[in-house]
Design a protein around this ligand. Sequence first.
Ligand SMILES: C[S@@+](CC[C@H](N)C(=O)[O-])C[C@H]1O[C@@H](n2cnc3c(N)ncnc32)[C@H](O)[C@@H]1O
Ligand SMILES: [Zn+2]
Length: 317
Amino acid sequence: MKYLCPSCRSPLELSGDRLVCSPCGGGHASLIDGMIEFDGCTDKESFFEKQAIERLDRFYADYDADKFQEVLKRVHLWQMDWANKRVGIARKFWWEPHIGPIRDKAVLEIGCGVNYIVPSFLLNGNRVFAFDICKGSVDFLRKILGRIGAPTERLELAVADATRLELGEKFDIVDINNVLHHIDDRPAVFERVHRHLKDDGKLIIVEPNYYYPPRWMIETDSLDPFNFVKDYFVRNDLIEKGEKAIIFPRMRRQLLDAGFKIDATFKDPNFLGYFTQYWIREDTGLARAIFKLDEMLFRHILPAAVAPFQYIIASKA
Ligand SMILES: C[S@@+](CC[C@H](N)C(=O)[O-])C[C@H]1O[C@@H](n2cnc3c(N)ncnc32)[C@H](O)[C@@H]1O
Ligand SMILES: [Zn+2]
């Protein structure tokens, strides 16, 4: 991968184990064990270290190639595996009805974390550049890829910040899955995505919606200091301190301002299901009834404004 200087966008050159910019006269990243790690990529709350390593490791304990194939077939929230469900994935391959399967493409995966996406992109013959600001997540992803035997010849991983990273390459697909709600400066991300997307490329995004009522209750500051549910979620690393989901009309405007057009946007239909999945046992009559209620009733009457997640497919305007 050709990395560019985050300040002046000149190509960075490797000098020893440092990526340096000649015009600026300084180093920006280090090559450590074969992976580029940009300076200043720290996770100040250690949230993802705890999330990814302590909790996810348990869910991935019995994974191998067969188990991963079995898990890939579980696409909807009501039938999904815990490893993906617990990182907030409500529907796998949600883009396929709109843009078809992603195969043999150049893909940029922003804030990759650890889930089904990078391994399945690799299994589908794509060339993937995936990065995350959290080194712990990237290392853990590498470990899981090894465990499930995903092909990694066409993968490059890095530790980098989506608001600063500049690459000397363009991609067919840029995927952002549940990442933007952890980034305050979203316009900086969109400006960079626009530079890194081919003219006929697609940007695909899914993010949690701030106004989904159970989420609003947990994330709002307006009930402090008596918001005991919020305190519980933060104390148990279920949300990051200060975490705020996405206000979609605002984010759509930011996308337009960055030079994108929205090809499609739609809501996740699991209104009751997403809220109840954590405390109702799987595969019980009650769980099935709740997801049925969403499918038959709530998805038709409740607006996108209160959906648990929203999906966006965008391209260059
Ligand atoms: C909720 S996790 C989602 C991970 C993964 N995309 C998924 O859906 O499972 C959010 C991810 O965004 C990463 N992240 C947060 N801020 C970032 C930034 N500025 N640049 C790159 N990654 C970032 C976090 O480290 C974390 O892995
Ligand atoms: Zn420079």
